[in-house]
Design a protein around this ligand. Structure first.
Ligand code: NIG
Ligand code: FE
Length: 405
């Protein structure tokens, strides 16, 4: 691993995807401390830059550090049995109705100590980091009591403190109705609005609030109450919506200036239009589509027509998307949803940053930005999309420091 005490470091002879477009002429990037200070064609590097900086890498493809903007990385137990059941033809919704699915993970997560949750999530986080990820959003949603939701969020925060990665946390109290509230969903929404959100906000444990707006989740009216509470406490909102049916959760979320609406297989034009007006990102989750053997493809053409930014994420979770490899999503999004390779790359960089409310801070390689980027053994950035080949990460740089390679 290259080490240096010189604050000025140089990568050169790069094919550069900067988060927006691809630069094929031989490019160079100069870093000072934790920040990028210069990006341009190698021929425009000044003699003094060349002479004073330590050379950290030559050749290969450079991209921004990848951003996984939708995960459920912290959870107890596993759902391998449910995987087998689904192969026998039992649907995700049927499993949920039988008390399996999300609720079986709730049981295991409640039973797990903070240490156990940390250890199992750490392994999943390491897999993401080894795949080039430098920023991860982690949701709660498997605790469903105040104590257990806050426990999950504390684990997520600690993962960020103890690893070279930026973690964003999202309170997803409205993920499923816990068994002790069976038949009283509105009373559970009261708990979320009156206790979980205020406490998570007061302790600085959540950057945003999410909901599962679905027949097997919560109604539009219930989600709206959650969004109102989030707004009162200064927290941004996001939604899992239009995954299994079209309830109109996306349009509702857009009315609350949601950062993103995620899944959206059943999204209609009114929802697309509302998202475009609000500047809400559409986060596509091809891992869940694939795992659930879904056939309803999100309305990609409409989203393009209305100029809605497209992000891509793993949705890494024990049930509907037990996949912790963001580069695989690049390929799946193109194969399953017909994204272009460029859209896919933007979806895990610039647009993923926007889905986290960090468009001005992350997801692009440009002067002034944090030096969070990856160097790949590839000739063309599109190879990262077209070919599923683990082990291509040559260097991962977080805040200017080489962490892998
Ligand atoms: O994003 N849609 C709801 N929530 C998760 C699934 C979580 C689970 O199955 O445990 C999702 O797909
Ligand atoms: Fe999810």
């Amino acid at each position: 691993m290259p080490t240096t005490t010189n604050p000025l470091r140089l990568w050169t002879d790069l094919t550069l995807f900067d988060g927006v477009q691809i630069h094929t002429q031989s490019m160079a990037v100069v870093v000072e401390g934790e920040r990028i200070v210069w990006v341009g064609p190698k021929t425009e590097l000044s003699a003094s830059q060349l002479a004073s900086a330590d050379l950290m890498g030559t050749g290969g493809v450079m991209t921004p550090g990848l951003i996984d903007c939708h995960t459920h990385l912290v959870f107890g137990g596993d759902r391998a049995d449910e995987f087998a059941q689904r192969l026998e033809g039992v649907s995700y919704a049927e499993i949920a109705a039988q008390g399996g699915g999300i609720l079986s993970t709730v049981k295991a997560t409640r039973a797990a100590s903070e240490e156990e949750l940390f250890t199992s999530a750490q392994a999943r986080l390491e897999a993401l980091m080894a795949d080039g990820v430098t920023m991860v959003e982690i949701k709660s949603g498997y605790g469903l009591t105040m104590a257990d939701e806050l426990k999950m969020l504390r684990v997520a925060r600690r993962l960020g403190e103890q690893n070279p990665v930026h973690i964003r946390t999202t309170l997803l109290g409205a993920h499923a109705l816990p068994p002790e509230y069976a038949g009283q969903p509105d009373a559970y929404i009261d708990l979320i609005c009156e206790q979980m959100i205020p406490q998570a906000a007061a302790e600085g444990l959540a950057d945003a609030v999410d909901v599962f707006c679905e027949g097997i989740g919560f109604s539009v009216a219930q989600c709206e109450r959650v969004f109102q509470a989030a707004q009162r406490h200064g927290l941004a909102v996001k939604a899992h919506a239009e995954q299994l049916s079209n309830l109109g959760g996306s349009a509702l979320a857009a009315r609350y200036q949601a950062l993103s609406v995620d899944h959206i297989e059943w999204l209609d034009e009114a929802g697309v239009s509302a998202m475009a007006q609000a500047g809400t990102v559409a986060t596509l989750l091809p891992g869940a589509f694939y795992t659930l053997r879904d056939t309803q493809v999100p309305p990609i053409d409409l989203l393009r027509q209305y100029g809605v930014p497209l992000a891509l994420a793993t949705d890494g979770n024990p049930g509907s998307s037990p996949i912790f490899q963001l580069t695989l999503m690049l390929n799946m999004a193109c194969t399953l949803f017909r994204l272009t390779p460029l859209e896919a790359l933007q979806g895990v960089t610039k647009n993923a940053a926007k889905a986290l409310g960090l468009a001005e801070q992350a997801g692009v390689i440009a002067p002034g930005r944090h030096a969070d980027f990856c160097l790949w053994r590839a000739r063309n950035p599109y190879e990262l999309v077209s070919t599923v080949q683990p082990g291509r990460l040559q260097q991962r740089v977080f805040r200017g420091a080489v962490t892998h390679g």
